[in-house]
Design a protein around this ligand. Structure first.
Ligand SMILES: *Cc1c(COP(=O)(O)O)cnc(C)c1O
Length: 229
């Protein structure tokens, strides 16, 4: 974990994080609640992946950033089913597919849409009522139905750790996620190819990458504390 003085710039923070990450790990700058000016500063440092948690907010920001045509937009927050169509139009990745009913809805929409984002299954490795996502048992029982969603482009597994774990426990949970992704990829014979592992945030990305994360989602360490909404 790195901490920065208040006065450090987005540029300095990105440089420091990059030093800690292997170039093969995709750094997603989580810009939720942050102004588009911050996105431009990160873009100027070469960041091309941005994470947003709310569809409507991302749509407004994209309108302000139309001149930056090569951004990859990642939806990382819970997706309400009534926003599914808008999310499919506007995002390149949806990390937060967290239920079979949402997957089936996305499958129907993608079937007639121009655009098909890459998707991650969101799982909870520990019992955590405050988070969305499949439990491992529920995910396993939904695998056949998920494979039947043949319009969808599954790419990975996403997880968020519960609060309050020790470093040891965090590493252990991330490792379980990594194994689960391999297991599902093998079991479904490539119909659910979960080669991407989206895990690790400001507090725990150093552990997530040890366990094999291929994408980390970092907000506060790049942009500073978010405004309280
Ligand atoms: C907000 C958020 C992040 C970024 O968290 P930080 O602690 O600011 O790095 C990552 N992933 C998800 C799903 C989030 O909602």
């Amino acid at each position: 974990m790195i901490s920065f003085p208040e006065s450090s710039t987005i540029r300095e923070r990105i440089i420091a994080i990059r030093k800690k990450l292997s170039p093969s790990v995709r750094l997603i700058a989580v810009s939720k609640y942050m102004p588009t000016d911050f996105i431009r500063q990160a873009y100027a440092e070469g960041i091309r992946d941005f994470g947003e948690s709310r569809v409507q907010e991302a749509v407004s920001k994209k309108a302000e950033l139309q001149d930056l045509t090569d951004i990859t937009w990642h939806l990382i927050g819970h997706l309400q089913s009534n926003k599914a169509k808008l999310a499919i139009e506007h995002f390149d990745w949806i990390h937060s597919v967290d239920s079979l009913s949402l997957a089936e809805r996305l499958n129907r929409i993608v079937g007639v849409a121009q655009h098909s984002p890459r998707l991650c299954l969101q799982v909870k490795l520990t019992d955590d009522p405050s988070k969305f996502g499949w439990s491992v048992a529920d995910l396993k029982s939904d695998l056949v139905a998920l494979q039947a969603c043949s319009n969808l482009r599954w790419r990975g597994l996403m997880t968020i750790l519960p609060m309050g774990l020790t470093e040891r426990q965090s590493l252990d949970v991330f490792t379980q996620a990594q194994r689960l992704a391999v297991e599902i990829t093998e079991e479904t014979k490539g119909l659910l190819p979960l080669n991407a592992l989206s895990m690790g945030m400001s507090n725990d990305y150093h552990l997530a990458v040890q366990a094999g994360a291929t994408m980390v989602r970092i907000g506060r360490t790049i942009f500073g504390d978010r405004p309280q909404l």
